[in-house]
Structures are given as structure tokens and as C-alpha cells.
Design a protein around this ligand. Structure first.
Ligand code: DGL
Length: 276
């Protein structure tokens, strides 16, 4: 039985990437309590099938609901692409129709017209997100005049998860992949980092990108969209507690999670282990 008392806002990712979203959300909405869950033991999700990503994500969402969250953000493009719609349409009505699960793809696509000058959009993301065509479909719906060229970058998440973001190996893969993407459409003027891990590769990305191409990282975009959502839905805002705290949960060993998470969040972090 789920509690009706207010609770923290749940933030979910397959691993560390969602911390890049949490950091910006906290900067913008420091008053709320947050419960972060990283399924590090089963990351990466990006190369997994639709069914597996859906099943893992639903387990995580249910877990966060059981911990008292009424609102859960899937701070993961792969989960947003492969699980969000099914959870919203098929699972939420029977779990609790008043709870909400929001993703990161729609807010990112919504702001594109404010950013691009020529309508040529590039997307780098996990193989799962690219294959789902979620960005292509949202862009076709919201901005039919824009074009999108996408490239799956299966090496990028393992580089981040293995703390190799600043290594020569990372630069090699980022340069190679961005060259391939720019060959698909040399006129790209706006690049979506369609994976929440990728902002941690911003150094190599900027080195490799042609001048004049702007990079869209999702943290600030999702934070703005959440702030707007809570303002428009005061009933949901009232169900989110406001103690300014964050708790971190991981399906991996917390001793392994904490050092890297502390680096991402710029502050010492301790985490607890959970099983899903
Ligand atoms: N950070 C996630 C994303 O935005 C998933 C990365 C992964 O687990 O493959 O897609």
C-alpha cells in the first residue's frame, strides 16, 4: 500500500549520468527533498532490449513510489525512450493514477526552436535511444521543419562509468564519432547530448566539434521544465516535501558509487545499497 503523505522527488538513472540532471535540478529547486536511485549494478542500459529496459525502469519507479515519491523523473534518455510511455499509459493507472513519471526527451525537444538557427539538429545518444527514434518522432511532431541526424555512441557511457572521461581513449572515440555524425549532415548547428552521461565528456566533445556548433546538455533544460511543471501543478508541488535534502541509493556497492558521485556533485556523498 503506497503512502499518501508527501515525499521526496525521485530521480532515476541507470548509473551516474542522472547526477548531471540532479545537480541542475537542485541548483534551481533547492527547497525540495530528492531521492536519487542509480541502477549502477545493471548499467549500462543503452545496449539492452526494449523489454529489459522497460522491466528494470518499472522496478525502479515502483521502488521510488514505495519510498514515498509522488513524482519521479527518469533522468535517463534510454529509459525515457524505451519505458516512459508504457509506464505512463499502462502501469500508472493501476499503480496510482495520481503519481507522475516524467522524462527528459520532450523538454529537450521543446526548446530546440529557441536554439537552432538553421534547423539542422544532431543527436548523439545510446544505441537504444537512437534505435527507438523517440527524438525523431518528437521533432517531427513539434518542429516539422527541422531535420535530425543521429549517431549511436556505444563507447561513451562505459568511458564515463569507468572514469575514463579525460583519457586519450575518450578523445579518440569522441572525435571519431562526432566526425561520423558531421559527415551525415555537415550543416548541424545544434548538437543534443541525448544521454545524461555525456556532459561528463564535454571536454573532448568541445575539442572535437567544429566551431559554431552549439551543445545542448539537458541538466538546465530539465530543471527549467520541472520548475515550470511544479508551478503549473500546485497539487503535485504540495505532495513534494521541502527539507532541502538529498539521499542517494545505488544497486552497486556504495563504496564504489560514492567517490565518483562525489566528484559529479562537487560535494562528499554517501550512498546506501538497495536491491531491485
Ligand atoms: N544515462 C542514460 C541515458 O541518458 C543511460 C546510459 C546507459 O545506461 O546506457 O541514456
Amino acid at each position: 500500500m503506497l503512502t499518501t503523505s508527501p515525499g521526496p522527488i525521485g530521480i532515476f538513472d541507470s548509473g551516474f549520468g542522472g547526477l548531471t540532471i540532479l545537480r541542475d535540478i537542485r541548483r534551481q529547486l533547492p527547497q525540495y527533498d530528492y531521492l536519487f536511485l542509480g541502477d549502477n549494478a545493471r548499467a549500462p542500459y543503452g545496449t539492452r532490449s526494449f523489454d529489459v529496459v522497460y522491466r528494470f525502469t518499472l522496478q525502479a519507479v515502483n521502488y521510488l513510489f514505495e519510498q514515498g515519491c509522488h513524482l519521479v523523473i527518469l533522468a535517463c534518455n534510454t529509459a525515457s525512450a524505451k519505458a516512459l510511455r508504457t509506464i505512463q499509459q499502462c502501469d500508472l493507472p493501476s499503480i496510482d493514477p495520481s503519481r507522475r513519471v516524467l522524462g527528459v526527451i520532450r523538454p529537450t525537444v521543446e526548446i530546440l526552436s529557441e536554439r537552432t538557427r538553421n534547423g539542422h539538429i544532431g543527436l548523439v545518444a545510446t544505441p537504444g535511444t537512437v534505435a527507438s527514434k523517440s527524438y525523431d518522432m518528437e521533432i517531427a511532431k513539434m518542429h516539422p521543419d527541422m531535420s535530425i541526424a543521429s549517431l549511436a555512441c556505444p563507447m561513451w557511457v562505459p568511458l564515463v562509468e569507468n572514469q575514463e572521461s579525460a583519457s586519450p581513449g575518450a578523445l579518440y572515440f569522441v572525435e571519431r564519432d562526432l566526425r561520423r555524425l558531421m559527415e551525415r549532415d555537415p550543416d548541424i548547428d545544434t548538437l543534443i547530448l541525448g544521454c545524461t552521461h555525456y556532459p561528463l565528456l564535454i571536454g573532448p566533445i568541445r575539442t572535437a566539434l567544429p566551431e559554431g556548433v552549439q551543445v545542448l546538455a539537458q541538466g538546465k533544460i530539465v530543471a527549467d521544465s520541472l520548475a515550470d511543471y511544479l508551478q503549473r501543478h500546485s497539487d503535485m508541488a504540495a505532495r513534494c516535501t521541502t527539507g532541502g535534502t538529498v539521499r542517494y541509493l545505488t544497486t552497486e556497492d556504495p563504496e564504489r558509487f560514492a567517490p565518483l558521485a562525489s566528484m559529479f556533485m562537487d560535494t562528499p556523498i554517501s550512498a546506501s545499497h538497495i536491491d531491485l
